[in-house]
Design a protein around this ligand. Structure first.
Ligand code: SF4
Length: 430
């Protein structure tokens, strides 16, 4: 896991990975940017009569009354033209895939194939959506009947607004609140549900060149908070103090959580009766589907030199000299298979639509994105038959300690064993 610090300016803010994401989608000039501005009461997006003013998704973190911390994403029009326009449209659809709520913004005069296609995609991918009929101030009421009827037939809630005069904006806020309350699955805790009151949990946090100066990284802070919330105790140590810390404890720790990069050494220092997991494995547990990620890791034993592998880092952090995703993982992978791989490193929130060239996808913990975002990646990979695993699971396997690192998650271990047996039948011994 790379290091995103909790810095002083963000201490009082909810990290973006723990917010709900509301995206605005529609044609150019449907009024998406005006609508973000009307909903927030701020000039966040540039509004103009020139079609296609918003070319890249614009994000704004916001506290929506009655809902809590959210991020609005204003996207480029899905009717954009030319080669660049097609890329922008594809990007808007790729953002749609991981939204907690999509506002499909239409000109109230009528739906076109652009809105129909957005509505169909939201329905197909089970993305909660609201159809917003905008610019109602521009048309006589009786002219809107056909639009209302067609929009309502989609089964999604339909709200009429004028982003210009702000009429209907309160109703839209109410609908957003309602849909998010009905449809959103809360993130799973990182580890809080594995902790009982009075437990002692050992957290191992190396202070190396990758550690941010004077701070801990987000998953470590989250773990400490969840342990305190569970009325348990936590003992935070560096990797050279694990055996000593456990030996000095009068009560046996319930489990140990370590940074993946030192998992082997930590396991060697921990008595066999105490389970060990990693922050990154717990990120997969919290943010995506650990069982599926463990299933995907079985492919690590069947890679051959020259195979194409994708490594995904969801944030664009400044790479460290011995960066985990760009240096260490490739090195450990190539050492294991005995030759070079064809590795693509994909950074940020975009995810390629064609995954079929890849034999395996390795995904970071995704601490800066939502569970829905991570699940949408897993879903895309599974639909194209490409195994996906997570850094923590992969590193534990490459270090030869996966069975031990999954002791808290027997279902995930079982999924790995089952997938491994199936691949062995398909590819023979490795
Ligand atoms: S998003 Fe991924 S690469 Fe970035 S800090 Fe979190 S786990 Fe590391």
């Amino acid at each position: 896991m790379s290091t995103i610090p909790i810095n002083s300016s963000s201490r009082l803010e909810t990290p973006k990975g723990l917010r709900l994401y509301i995206g605005l989608f529609g044609r150019r000039n449907a009024g998406k940017s005006s609508l973000v501005n009307a909903l927030t009461g701020q000039q966040i997006s540039i509004v103009s009569d020139v079609a296609g003013t918003t070319t890249d998704p614009v994000e704004k973190a916001y506290e929506l009354a009655g809902v809590g911390p959210i991020v609005f994403i204003d996207t480029a029009g899905v009717d954009d033209v030319g080669d660049l326009g097609k890329l922008r449209t594809a990007r808007s659809y790729s953002v749609l895939a991981w939204m907690d709520l999509a506002l499909i913004v239409c000109d109230a005069a009528g739906l076109t194939n652009c809105e129909r296609s957005l509505i169909a995609r939201a329905a197909q991918d089970k993305i909660p959506a609201i159809i917003v009929l905008n610019k109602t101030d521009c048309y006589a009421n009786e002219c809107l009947t056909a639009t209302r009827t067609e929009a309502a037939a989609s089964g999604f809630p339909v709200i009429e607004v004028s982003a210009l005069s702000c009429e209907g904006i309160d109703s839209l806020r109410g609908a957003i609140k309602q849909v998010l309350a009905d449809k959103t699955q809360p993130d799973r805790p990182l580890l809080g549900d594995l902790v009982k009151p009075g437990d002692t949990i050992v957290l191992v946090t190396p202070i190396d060149t990758g550690a941010p100066k004077g701070r801990l990284i987000l998953p470590q802070v989250q773990a400490i908070r969840e342990i305190l919330d569970a009325d348990a105790r936590c003992l935070v140590v560096r990797e050279n103090r694990v055996a000593e810390a456990i030996a000095n404890e009068r009560t046996t720790p319930a489990f140990v959580v370590t940074d993946s990069q030192v998992v082997r050494s930590v396991i060697e220092q921990t008595p066999a009766s105490i389970p060990v997991t990693t922050f990154s494995i717990q990120m997969a547990y919290s943010k995506s589907d650990l069982t599926e990620m463990a299933r995907g890791a079985a492919m690590l034993d069947f890679l051959k030199p020259g195979d194409k592998v994708m490594i995904c880092e969801t944030c664009s952090h400044h790479p460290q000299p011995d960066d985990i995703g760009r240096k260490k993982l490739p090195r450990w992978l190539e050492k294991k298979i005995g030759g070079p791989l064809d590795i693509d490193v994909v950074v940020g929130k975009d995810f390629p639509s064609d995954l079929t060239p890849y034999k395996l996808i390795l995904q970071c913990g995704g601490c800066v994105v939502t569970r829905r975002h991570m699940l949408s990646r897993l879903q895309a990979a599974s639909a194209q038959g490409v195994p996906m695993t997570n850094y923590g699971v992969a590193i534990s396997h490459l270090q030869g300690v996966l069975a031990r690192a999954l002791e808290l998650h027997p279902q995930a271990k079982q999924a790995f064993d089952q997938a491994h047996a199936e691949l062995q039948k398909r590819f023979g011994s490795y």
